[in-house]
Design a protein around this ligand. Structure first.
Ligand code: NI
Length: 184
């Protein structure tokens, strides 16, 4: 099943994702549907708030950026906590399925250490760097109620303000299903 992607401006994107319990109803199905939704919209990551569920769950598939240094990481992150970020900050042009047609450079640390549970509720503690860390940082922000545009300069935010309002009203064309908070 493909979920509509929640657009910028929906309050669910601002909630801190609740901890996911082991007995969360139909979790396997939810994860499967999230992968289907992500592939349908050509995303490299998708967080539960983006399909309207304020829980600490996100998925990534970094195959688009796969090379010798960064083999593909396709994973489910449940109850993730970033324990530490380190390394030089670098710019990368980010986009977001909830904010179509806007891409901006965001500075983030190169390396992170994260603890999370997988779909079988096994706990892991792992280190990622480079582009894979970048995808994780972006999705992790979503489960903390943060969006990449929050990380831009005040000037950039002002310049984007009307575009963002337009997105929340549904005044854009996208080739995947979306749900707009301010449309009638
Ligand atoms: Ni995003």
């Amino acid at each position: 099943m493909i979920y509509p992607i929640v657009a910028y401006g929906d309050p669910v994107l601002r909630k801190i994702g609740a901890e996911v319990e082991k007995d969360y109803p139909l979790l396997k199905q939810l994860i499967e549907n999230m992968f289907e939704t992500m592939y349908e919209s050509h995303g490299v990551g998708l967080a539960a708030p983006q399909i309207g569920k304020a829980i600490n769950l996100f998925i990534i598939d970094s195959s688009r950026f796969e090379d010798e240094k960064y083999p593909n990481v396709k994973k489910v992150f449940i109850n993730a906590e970033i324990l530490d970020e380190s390394g030089d900050k670098w710019d990368f042009e980010e986009g977001c399925l909830s904010i179509p047609h806007i891409r901006e450079n965001v500075k983030r640390h190169d390396t992170l250490r994260i603890s999370y549970q997988d779909e079988n509720f096994e706990t892991h503690e792992e280190t990622y760097d480079g582009i894979v860390a970048r995808v994780i940082q972006h999705e992790y922000d979503h489960v903390k109620g943060v969006m990449f545009v929050d990380r831009l300069s005040e000037l950039k935010k002002r310049l984007l303000k009307n575009k963002l309002i337009n997105i929340s009203k549904g005044g854009i064309r996208v080739d995947y299903k979306m749900r707009f908070p301010a449309s009638r």
